[in-house]
Write a protein that binds this ligand. Structure first.
Ligand SMILES: Nc1ncnc2c1ncn2[C@@H]1O[C@H](COP(=O)(O)OP(=O)(O)O)[C@@H](O)[C@H]1O
Ligand SMILES: O=P(O)(O)OC[C@H]1O[C@H](OP(=O)(O)OP(=O)(O)O)[C@H](O)[C@@H]1O
Length: 190
């Protein structure tokens, strides 16, 4: 039986990378894979341990079929390596750091995917983006505007198969709720 694709989405700065890092040992324990994304962001940029490539390298990898999923956002290209399909075919769960804008296309390819929407209060989000110090003030403003366009529409329009995880509080609470959702389903873990 195919494994579950778990698609973690949420605004930049909501804590997706932090959550993945904190949950990693628990996910590994459950046999759930995580994958390093390929991003046209310099390797020096603070943040997740992504594989940084040039736009030309990304285009070449894409053309060779290196990605199960790929998208553009925030002036960058993102790729999810195709090895996730081998894990899913082997019956293993896979958790990926996804894109809200790409959700509809992802659903077409993986109709049974489980969507986890990480949310955080907009004021908290601003503080976290500033504290992270990765983006310029203009880029932060752009990310906040993008967030405002998405979150409400996602919650109202995509009820089925979409679990909301709030990360405005301590990260340990969010990790516990994530694991509860994966182990028992959302209704048990409200
Ligand atoms: N629950 C939390 N409480 C406090 N700070 C957090 C929490 N979750 C994440 N952060 C901080 O917020 C910033 C953005 O988190 P990050 O994981 O990079 O978000 P994303 O991957 O969604 O862009 C980081 O500086 C991180 O340390
Ligand atoms: O369509 P959206 O939901 O807005 O997502 C667009 C991209 O932005 C985020 O990456 P980003 O480069 O900001 O990395 P981060 O998540 O680590 O901040 C997210 O992981 C997506 O790759």
């Amino acid at each position: 039986m195919a494994g579950r694709l778990i698609y973690l989405i949420g605004p930049s700065g909501s804590g997706k990378d932090s959550l993945l890092d904190a949950a990693r040992p628990h996910l590994v324990e459950r046999g759930c894979h995580m994958v390093r994304r390929v991003i046209t962001r310099s390797a020096e940029a603070v943040g997740e341990a992504a594989q940084g490539v040039s736009p030309e390298q990304f285009a070449a990898m894409d053309a060779q079929g290196a990605f199960a999923l790929s998208w553009q956002a925030n002036g960058l290209s993102y790729g999810i390596p195709r090895e996730i399909d081998d894990w899913l075919a082997a019956g293993d769960d896979v958790l990926v750091n996804g894109s809200r804008a790409h959700l509809a296309q992802t659903r077409k390819r993986y109709p049974t995917l489980l969507v986890l929407l990480l949310t955080v209060d907009q004021a908290v989000l601003l503080q976290r983006l500033i504290a992270r110090g990765r983006e310029s003030p203009a880029d932060i403003e752009e990310r906040l505007a993008r967030n405002a366009r998405f979150t409400a529409a996602l919650i109202t329009g995509n009820g089925a198969g979409l679990f909301v995880l709030d990360n405005s509080g301590p990260l340990e609470h969010t990790v516990a709720r994530l694991l509860c959702c994966l182990d028992h389903g959302h209704s048990v873990c409200a």
